[in-house]
Write a protein that binds this ligand. Sequence first.
Ligand code: FRU
Length: 685
Amino acid sequence: MLLRGVIASSALAAMAAAESYKETYRPQFHFSPEKNWMNDPNGLLYHDGVYHLFYQYNYGGITWGNMSWGHATSKDLTHWEQLPIAIKANEDASGALTEMIYSGSAVFDSKRSSGFGSKSKPPLVAVYTSNYEQDITLANGKAVLNGQESQSIAFSTDNGLTWTQYAENPVIHEPPSQYADQYQQFRDPFVFWHAETTKWVMVVSLADLHKLLIYTSSDLKDWTNVSEFGPVNAVGGQWECPNLFPLLVDGKRNAEKWVMMIGINPGGPAVPYRLGSATQYVVGGFNGTHFTADSNNVYEQEPPSNSEVFADWSQSTFAAAGWTATGDLVGQGPEDGTVLTLQDGDATVGTLTSPTFRISSNYVIYQFGCCYNPYNATTYGTASDTETAMNLVVNGAVVRTTTGVSGGDVIWEQWDTSDLIGKSGYIEIVDKSTGGYGHLQVGQILFSNSSLPPEANWVDHGPDYYAAATYNGLSTYERVSVGWMSSWAYGAEIPTTPWRSAMSVPRLMTLKTISGAAKLVQQPQMNLASLEKTKPYSKTWSNLSKQNVTLPVTGKLFDITLQFTPVSGKFGIDVRTDGKTQRTSIGYDPAKATMFVDRQASGDVEFSTSFPGVYYGPLSKQKDGSVKLRILLDWSSVEVFGNVGESVITAQIFPSSADTKLALFSTGTAKNVSLKVTPVTSAWV
Ligand code: FRU
């Protein structure tokens, strides 16, 4: 008891952490809250030598709810201390929620433009989305509706420990009048100081419209909408959590460009059927009011011009197109160049089967729209089949399948069929669903040897990097980002307790010219050296051909660098393997010029059908022909940085505790292999 009085609260927190941060799957050098649910990083601010990390937090449970801003701080982006909740959701007298505190950002208002604080204590100001939970009139007389999203502010004069919500909130009550109907989809303000125009700038999302609104202000209270940006590039889900910041291309003075970073959910490329969350970026210019994308950063989704048309639905009946119909589709035909199974509303059921063909191209490219009812091997072809899917069938087995996004647009997608070349098969379009969202829409189907052009610049090609935000308060061109290391596709189901979700490692973002264009490049930005206490294991091989090499090191926490010259076949490293059935494979495929992470057999993958998968990040060889993979392995994640960091894959894994082996694999030939495996210790001790 006596002791308690004299130990500083931070020391107590550190002691609690040391005891509790040892649970199965507990991240050891990533931030995770001691208990309960966390999602987006919020209010990233470097101030007075301290990195503040606020985050979407449920103080009352291990799934999403009661959204408030949790708080942690660090001096080195490596060791974190969790502090009390910073901005708490508001409740009425009966204890029912009136307002949740959604994502946003924070700034240091050094000149007290807001009038908050005092001369000796200028305020930190947080700008966030109020998500109202009831139709109410606030104490200041402003009326808000249940589900309404407005922008609000709060200030702190004790370095972010406690916050006062502004009495006149919200400061942006609703979107501009032309978007009035979007009042429930208007969120995630990112605010920064724009020195050239001496104004605060806010970027905030109209999530459903794929539009970002830009506002400016002199005092953080009175905001004027000055422009908008979007839609552009990936739009297969909602746009959330925008960030806008300047960087120097190749570090050269006078080569400033601006990066717009945008969360999209669903619609990410990694999780099957595009169910995942992801982060895209657009490089361009910003003049204080308008963001303009560089023309080489705006992509049109068009199939390769040399594609062969397999179906374009220009005929009046499916039979005339050569497809065999069953069920309600018998005697029917295409509509406006698509198959749309709404003849009898969502109740329509039936199949369309193509003529058999010999697979002779690398890709089948097609357009697919609503709805989400995936193929299920167990119910397929039975009376319980409820799929709305398109399947490629070879030797009687479904070898490729796709389904849509409920309510989603018809978009271009592809199957890589390069490993099926020479085989015969057919395509079937199956609608067995009768409920709401029980139809499908298929447009053109093409064969091509080239893949679809890129749809977007992905900040991370893995499944677990979302709502990424960047630090305010560092020097102008120093940008450090943190992402939520999970996905809305399965985030509520991951097998961790008593907490759910971790943040990615902080990453330094720069722009480098690669293949003639300015590309976002990332590297871990933390003091890993402070956690590296034992000697690394290093070894070189001049040639590794078709062989697996079990390494004489085992462990669950590593900083690994693997550099090699790929010649043929796949080459890489298995981590958290038992040498038999469990592994997370991280490697490079020269035939596709991609690095990859395969977590299909990584341990517990059963908790969600969306979890297992293989993720690919485009990566060309470096000038000397080599490829470099830097891998950060924590107890429940891998982050892979390709070459200088132009391609990144982040993926959670939940391996069994006993399996800690490392092994190199090679299905072809890799030369000049050099490996360095540095053991890392926990940041929580
Ligand atoms: C993104 C997001 C934000 C929102 C927050 C709510 O993950 O949906 O748009 O502000 O989470 O927790």
